[in-house]
Design a binder for this molecule. Sequence first.
Ligand SMILES: [Zn+2]
Length: 113
Amino acid sequence: MTDRMEFPVKVRKAAYDRSGGICECGCGVPFGKERVEYDHDIPAYHGGKPTLENCRALRWSCHKVKTAQDMQAIKKTRRIIKKQRGLTAQKATIPGSKNSHFKKKLDGTVIKR
Ligand SMILES: [Zn+2]
């Protein structure tokens, strides 16, 4: 959750060499003419470091999918942190429920609890 660190050129080059020209997501498709992108296996938001161990050379189309999945996990983490810190909006009380300040009696009169 600190500032995001991109992969240095040296790490990107090493990841590219390691890939052997094949996408490292597991799809086994060669890069071909598609743009190669470098993915944080553990997202930077979750403490992933810009090291070769955390770097994967992916085809652009595979990286797009991986990033969408990561963003879901990151958004969930943000929601949990917000809840833990008590920063979520207060839920509205349903009128007439036991949590509201008023009570409606059977004859229709409304009294304060
Ligand atoms: Zn792939």
